[in-house]
Design a protein around this ligand. Structure first.
Ligand code: FES
Length: 96
């Protein structure tokens, strides 16, 4: 797995499919961080409304901030919108 330095106070993200570790600094979206790391991720609205960036969560506790998922889907925690949502902990593994 390729390691990108983890920022202090940020999120340590693992992109399982790509075998990439990505540091997400505070104030940066997961979408922005993974794009900077070179991954091509579909997105359209960039503000949690369209669902285009929906990504499967493999491990960790997402902090949902989108307007797409239902309360039931949020509770289940299987997917998240990476343009606006973050994590409740400091570690997240996504199917990217
Ligand atoms: S890009 Fe639209 S919900 Fe993320």
């Amino acid at each position: 797995m390729t390691a990108v330095p983890e920022p202090v106070g940020g999120l340590h993200l693992e992109c399982a499919a790509a075998g990439l570790a990505v540091g997400v600094p505070p104030g940066t979206s997961i979408l922005e961080a993974v794009r900077r790391a070179g991954l091509e991720v579909p997105a359209a609205c960039d503000d949690g409304r369209c669902g285009a960036c929906e990504t499967r969560v493999l491990d960790g506790d997402p902090d949902h901030r989108d307007g797409v998922l239902t309360a039931e889907e949020r509770a289940f925690g299987e997917t998240m919108m990476i343009c606006v949502s973050g994590a409740r902990g400091s570690h997240l593994v996504l199917d990217l």
